[in-house]
Design a binder for this molecule. Structure first.
Ligand SMILES: Cc1cc2nc3c(=O)[nH]c(=O)nc-3n(C[C@H](O)[C@H](O)[C@H](O)COP(=O)(O)O)c2cc1C
Length: 443
């Protein structure tokens, strides 16, 4: 089989690095999450490294620890910029890199989202994407007039309709609808206007949108839910899928399954790029990488570990962190994951190791040099477990620099990753088609 090339790389960044101990690294400005010059430099450095896009996960709430001051005190991921606002600013200080920002279909209205992303697509010259999420946290529900979250299936029905309304609004005007002829005085050709007139289960939206069709036709659509309805939504509407995969076999099964669903929707398998997250802790040599990993581990405050384990395993803060996992009775809270807990205990893991084994958000973590990390990336890519990766810097400063300065050149040297941007829009750079306006398609 010939060697695959054209690996796609995103950089998935959260307020101050993906690892819970990352913000305490002495090389990272402690206040970086709200420091715009820091983000400007980060975006420019990622662009210099030819990263395809920067990905901003988000939630409209303090999602962890808000109700427990004792835990909240040590959780370093509380404050961050609202991502659409941030990417508006970042797109003005960069010219080639893309930006994918998360926005919820549960706590927004489609007209607002269609309008904002269309504006951002024009502002950036076609470099933005929308990460469609249905939002899982109770904390968000309570910020948006609800006592509790909508049911999972309702959230996804709403998401399906939401995305259809947004894309329908983006098609309000054909690409050449705005004539703007100063001599004749004709501003727009009304025969190229398509009023949506949508009435559905959740939304009633007349349209049209008060902005021309986005530069990319549609801004790129990303999706991250991996349940059955999540995959169905992705297969029908997404261009990019962000997923959490721990091992290659599971990633291959996810990849094959999702590509089959994409084909079943009448779309080309290559029209959806699948990028698992990966959290690489990179060092100059193996010993350096291990030392950095150890330093990161030690910077996770014990209260943060107990706080992270609590939603899954209940309150185990009475047991020592480096002691064995207790034999907890089966309660409602831990019913479904009792097996997981027993397996970890059988392996002799400590509580700290149980936390570490569950990974950051379920993503694969790897500790090594540019070469060993590139080996894993190359193997997954060649064996069709992915189309690329969303790199999750565990901490900024040299945790990010190592990825941009050592890993990326290694991937380029192997002929896997591009040497430069070939297109101008995010879709062009990712090899994704620009959606045609349906009126043009049928002409
Ligand atoms: C890799 C990955 C990244 C995600 N990023 C976000 C995010 O930034 N914001 C959010 O509210 N939910 C995020 N989610 C949650 C999903 O959008 C979804 O709400 C959740 O996974 C439940 O849906 P599911 O059952 O289809 O997986 C993410 C999920 C995954 C797997």
């Amino acid at each position: 089989m010939s060697k695959r090339t054209g690996l796609k790389l995103g950089l998935s960044v959260t307020s101050n690095g993906s690892h819970a101990g990352g913000w305490r690294d002495p090389g990272v400005p402690a206040n970086c999450s709200l420091d715009f010059p820091f983000w400007r430099d980060l975006a420019r450095r990622a662009e210099a490294a030819k990263i395809h896009f920067i990905f901003f996960a988000d939630g409209a709430a303090v999602r962890q620890g808000a109700d427990d001051p004792d835990q909240l005190r040590y959780i370093g991921k509380i404050d961050q910029f609202e991502p659409l606002t941030l990417i508006a600013a970042l797109s003005a200080v960069t010219s080639r890199i893309g930006f994918v920002a998360t926005a919820s279909t549960t706590y927004n209205e489609p007209y607002t989202i269609a309008r904002k992303y269309a504006s951002l697509d024009h502002l950036s010259g076609g470099r933005v994407g929308w990460n469609v999420v249905t939002s899982w946290s109770e904390a968000e529900a309570k910020n948006y007039n609800l006592e509790t979250s909508l049911q999972h299936d309702v959230r996804y029905r709403r998401a399906q309709e939401f995305v259809d309304v947004v894309t329908g609004l983006w098609n309000s005007w054909e690409d050449d609808a705005f004539v703007r002829d100063q001599v004749s005085g004709e501003y727009v050709d009304p025969t190229k206007l398509h009023v949506l007139n949508h009435k559905g289960e959740f939304f009633s939206v007349k349209g049209p949108l008060n902005i021309a069709r986005p530069v990319q036709g549609f801004p790129l659509i990303a999706q991250a839910g991996s349940s059955e309805p999540g995959q169905q939504l992705a297969a029908r509407t997404a261009d990019l899928v962000y997923t959490a995969q721990q091992d290659k076999a599971a990633a291959q099964a996810f990849y094959t399954g999702l590509k089959a669903r994409v084909r079943a929707e009448g779309r080309g398998a290559d029209s959806v790029k699948i990028l698992p997250g990966i959290l690489p802790i990179i060092g100059r040599d193996e010993a350096d990488a291990r030392a950095r990993h150890q330093a990161l581990r030690e910077r996770v405050h014990p209260k943060v570990i107990y706080a992270m384990l609590e939603p899954k395993f209940g309150d185990i803060s009475g047991y020592p962190l480096d002691g064995p996992i207790p034999d907890l009775p089966e309660t409602n809270g831990i019913k479904s994951i009792k097996g997981q807990l027993d397996a970890a205990r059988a392996k002799g893991l400590t509580i700290r190791e149980l936390y570490e084994a569950s990974g950051v958000g379920g993503h694969r973590q790897i500790v090594g040099t540019a070469s060993t990390i590139a080996d894993l990336i190359e193997e997954w890519f060649q064996d069709e477990a992915c189309d690329g990766f969303n790199l999750m810097p565990p901490y900024f400063g040299d945790g990010l620099d190592g990825l941009l300065q050592w890993l990326v050149p290694e991937l380029q040297r192997r002929g896997l990753f591009h040497d430069d941007y070939t297109g101008h829009t995010l879709r062009e750079n990712l090899g994704l088609p620009r959606p045609q306006h349906p009126a043009v398609r049928t002409r």
